[in-house]
Design a protein around this ligand. Structure first.
Ligand code: ZN
Length: 300
């Protein structure tokens, strides 16, 4: 029986409001506990989705039929009107997720800004954005938050270093193969554990390597064949809203086939020192626009 770490990213106001409750229901039906990473500040994601008017991104928009994948509400967020603050208006949804027994982590203060500007931000700005997000999320939940996940897997060694000040149990900032301890630059030792996402997402695969109709079979095969530690990411906007039926069918089939799911934190061994060391390096990635952080070994 294969255990898969299930990560749910909530990127937008609408996805959080509509997709989260629906996913909570679907997961409860199968008694599944997952990790939810919430964006908590202003939702400017519409800008992100329109900004990338480059051929590769347009191809992706067409391939995945972005307006049907996300809906117009999401595509226009933060473009024609100021982005709505997520945690201050949807706190009840976040608290409900915690009450259902899921692990809660910080995704972002402003998902759009992080994804777009992180490369150019000085250390202080990265720290300020993390602090804004964490304060807002902890205030909303009334509890300490112990994990985080960078938007769009946009993270590098600099982000690893800045996140040390958060003193969290783990982060899920990159793509890769298996949990590891990133080594800080300048001989400063190992940082908090990273749990990389090792499996493709719906929008990375559909239209590129598989059709939507065959996606569920494709992803179950990927779960079974994953060489490393299987970690799968879904989005409240997609699996909780526009592709909720498809995801419900996937959960049924996964249950029949004996796959089980757990929050990411449950994948960690009791002795974290047994995990390999590594680094996060910037890399291009199949099915994604621009760079993201990828797990890498240590230079020899
Ligand atoms: Zn995200």
């Amino acid at each position: 029986m294969r255990k898969i770490g299930l990560r749910v990213d909530a990127d937008t106001f609408t996805g959080t409001r509509d997709g989260t409750p629906r996913l909570l229901e679907m997961l409860a039906r199968h008694n599944i506990k997952a990790s939810f990473f919430f964006s908590v500040g202003p939702d400017n994601m519409g800008r992100h989705l329109w900004r990338l008017c480059r051929p590769a991104f347009l191809r992706k928009m067409l391939r995945s039929d972005a307006s049907s994948l996300y809906g117009w509400d999401i595509l226009l967020a933060g473009t024609a009107w100021p982005g709505r603050r997520i945690a201050s208006r949807l706190g009840a949804v976040l608290r409900q997720t915690m009450a259902c027994g899921h692990e809660i982590g910080l995704h972002a203060w402003d998902h759009y800004a992080w994804q777009t500007w992180i490369e150019h931000w000085p250390r202080e700005k990265i720290e300020q954005q993390l602090r804004l997000g964490l304060d807002s999320l902890q205030q909303c939940l009334g509890e300490k938050v112990n994990c985080s996940a960078s938007p769009g897997w946009r993270a590098d060694q600099r982000v690893v270093a800045v996140k040390e000040s958060l003193a969290m149990r783990y982060h899920s900032d990159c793509r890769g193969f298996t949990p590891f301890r990133p080594v800080l630059d300048h001989g400063a030792g190992a940082a908090a554990v990273q749990i990389p996402v090792s499996l493709p997402t719906f929008d990375e695969a559909v239209g590129r390597v598989v059709s939507q109709d065959d996606f569920n079979s494709y992803i179950m095969r990927a779960w079974a064949e994953c060489d490393g530690t299987p970690v799968y990411t879904i989005h409240t906007e997609v699996e909780g809203v526009s592709r909720a039926g498809l995801f419900a069918a996937l959960l049924e089939r996964a249950w029949e086939r004996g796959f089980t799911f757990c929050p990411l934190g449950a994948l960690l061994p009791s002795d974290l020192h047994s995990l390999p060391l590594g680094r996060i390096e910037k890399s291009l990635f199949p099915g994604r626009e621009g760079w993201l952080g990828l797990q890498a070994g240590l230079p020899v």
